[in-house]
Structure formats: C-alpha cells, structure tokens
Design a protein around this ligand. Structure first.
Ligand code: SAH
Length: 356
C-alpha cells in the first residue's frame, strides 16, 4: 500500500468505509497470524533515564519523580508470576538507565533462558552495539525500539540526541536485525507536530523495515513535560495535525496489519488508557498481542511515562482472569508458547535455505 492510499484512509470519516477497513484488517490478521492472542508479561525494570524526550514523563528533567530499579530478586519473582500465568514471553522495558549494569542484565537473561522456555524481549532504548550484542549472546530473542515518528525534524525536536552522539533509531533497528533480534518498532499517534502525511509515511516505513512487531498507541500529554507545556508551539496546521484519538489509533493498527500481515501487533496499554474497551477494539481491528503489566504494584505508578495508565491498579492475577474472559468474549483464544512472529519465522527459514 502506497503512502497516498494510507493517507486517504487516515483521513476517512465515513463509517461504512471504515467498517470495510476494520473487516479487511481483521481478515488479514486471521489469515496470517490466526485467532490466538499472545500474552507478554511486561516488566518495567527501571524508571531511571538519562534522556530528555519532550513527550515522556520519566525524562531525566522530571525531578519530582522517585526513581527505582528492580532487584534481581524482584525480577525473578516477576518471571515466576509470568510462568504461573502461562505467558510465553517476558518483556523487560525501562528508561535509558545509564547505571544499568549490562553484565547484570546479561546474567538475568542467561538465568531466564537456562531455567525456563520463556522468550525474552528487551525494550531499553538506544543502547550501544556492544551491549545489544552482549544481551543477544546471553539469549535475548527480541528488541522493541519505536522510531516514534519518521519526520526527522520533529523527531530531533522531541528526542534530543546525547552530546556528540546522534540519535538514529532507524539505523539502530538495522543493527538489531543484523544481531539476529526479532525486531519491533512503532510510533505514537497524534504527537503534536505529526501530520497526516508523516503518519502515512510512518506506516509505509513499517513495511519497508519489514518489522516483526509493531506497537502503536496514542500520544498522551504528561503535565511534567515540555511537550505538554508548549504543545501549541509544536502543533501542525489545523487540517494537517493528526488527532491522538481512539479512532486514529485504530486506523493505524488496522493499516499496520495490512502493510505487515505477518507481524505481531499489540493492542497497547496507551489505547486502553484512552478508551475503556481499547484492548478489545485493537484485537478486533488488526492486533493479536496483549502485554499485561506484571511489574510489582508498588512500582507501577513510578513508571510514569504518561498519566493515568490503564495498568496502574491492575493486579496481575485479577487482570489476567478478566483479560482471558474478554478474549473469549470476542471469540478468540489465548496462545501458548513463545509466539515468534510468522514474519520472523519466515525470514529465518529463508536464510537457512540460502545456506543449504
Ligand atoms: N526507553 C525506552 C522505552 C520507553 S517507554 C525507549 O525509549 O525506547 C515505551 C514507549 O512509550 C515509547 O517508545 C513511547 O512511544 C511511549 N511513550 C512515551 N511517552 C509517552 C506518552 N506521553 N504518551 C504515549 N506514549 C508514550
């Protein structure tokens, strides 16, 4: 699908036409990744961050926020919880914590991989190729790094580089792929300054990058950030600015499914935060993954990337029961196993064939 057609869909307001989009996305989802919903246990390992992203509440400049880093014990406790709930993947997410010891994390990954059959996904921002290789060699399977927006000027304004090091997430996605990670990316929908044309380009880029996983959620303003404070300075012209709504996020999920039929696409917590049935809506409009939060409840509020996150008070066990009921209620089932994306499986198989 080319950019013009994608943009056309992003601007579509007719309900009947949109029903067609939802049905197409749902059919493509069923054909390529099936009815089973993969559950990933999300652990927010640290809210310490050295970066100054204008949109994010855990940016280093937010001095009001109490900082935490999980201990080995706490992490292994989360792992046991994920196993007890039957999840096949652990996702370790965090701020770009400069004091996170790469060897410590490698030893955790080795322990998880040696003792369990869990897949390990990392989402720890822009790390050095050495660290990424260390973790990959320790057994990490997947890496999530959203490029946030393909508009380079907007990205630079929202996501200042570290001194002397330019921030190129697209290039880093190439490094992750070369290291053998199953690779995921994505964007926020409705960022101030994001135009329909640049959002259409983002979706086109999902296809060009041949992503294995695509995470998209609405931008949610956090009061302790420069973006919330100076939103008016960032906004694109009326008629060009994308809205950060449930509808626009669902369109992006559906279009991502059409552009990348075999990738794993979550119905995100951010979508559930702005819409009471966001998770079910996402699953009905192209998504096939949910990432239940299994971070210890006492740290949940401190991973404050945006306010009022849907998972703030969701105890892992209670949420799990409700979620499984809701998945059954829309006629879907819960997947078992690690749930590698068929996109990645196919790529690995064709690489193996090339060797024979
Ligand atoms: N430090 C890691 C993980 C960040 S949190 C990294 O930078 O990749 C994961 C995602 O949350 C980010 O990639 C971003 O897309 C999203 N996010 C951050 N702040 C947000 C906000 N205010 N509203 C919605 N999503 C946000």
């Amino acid at each position: 699908m080319k950019r013009a057609e994608i943009e056309h869909w992003l601007r579509e307001t007719d309900g009947a036409r949109l029903d067609e989009l939802w049905q197409r996305a749902d059919a493509v989802r069923r054909e390529h990744v099936g009815d089973a919903v993969h559950l990933r246990g999300l652990i927010e390992i640290s809210n310490v961050c050295g970066r100054a992203c204008a949109y994010c509440g855990i940016r280093s400049g937010n001095r009001q926020l109490e900082r935490y880093r999980l201990t080995t014990r706490e992490l292994l406790e989360c792992m046991r919880r994920a196993l007890a709930l039957g999840y096949g993947t652990l996702v370790l997410q965090g701020g770009e914590d400069p004091a996170l010891d790469p060897e410590w994390l490698a030893s955790i990954i080795r322990r998880v991989k040696a003792r369990t059959s869990l897949a390990v996904t990392l989402s720890l921002g822009e790390r050095s190729p050495n660290e990424l290789a260390l973790w990959r060699n320790a057994g990490a399977d997947r890496y999530l790094l959203r490029f946030e927006t393909s508009d380079r000027d907007l990205f630079a304004r929202l996501h200042p580089s570290r001194p002397g090091r330019s921030s190129d997430r697209i290039a880093l996605l190439g490094t992750l792929r070369e290291l053998g990670y199953e690779t995921g990316s994505g964007v926020m929908v409705g960022l101030p300054g994001q135009t329909y044309t640049s959002l259409a380009r983002d979706i086109e880029l999902f296809g060009e990058l041949d992503l294995d996983m695509i995470g998209v959620g609405p931008y949610i303003a956090h009061p302790a950030t420069p973006l919330a404070e100076h939103e008016a300075d960032f906004r694109a012209a009326p008629g060009e600015q994308t809205p950060n709504t449930e509808l626009m996020t669902c369109k992006v999920v559906a279009l991502a499914r059409l552009v990348c039929p075999r990738s794993n696409i979550p119905a995100t917590t951010a979508l559930a935060t702005i819409s009471a049935d966001g998770r079910a809506l996402g699953l009905l409009r192209g998504a096939n993954v949910i990432m239940p939060n299994i971070t210890p409840l006492r740290y949940r509020a401190l991973y404050d990337i945006y306010p009022d996150k849907a998972c703030l008070h969701e105890d892992a066990d209670t949420f799990d029961m409700e979620l499984k009921t809701r998945i059954a209620a829309i006629g879907r089932c819960v997947a078992t196993g690690q749930g590698e994306s068929p996109n990645c499986t196919a790529r690995r198989q064709s690489a193996a064939c090339a060797w024979n």
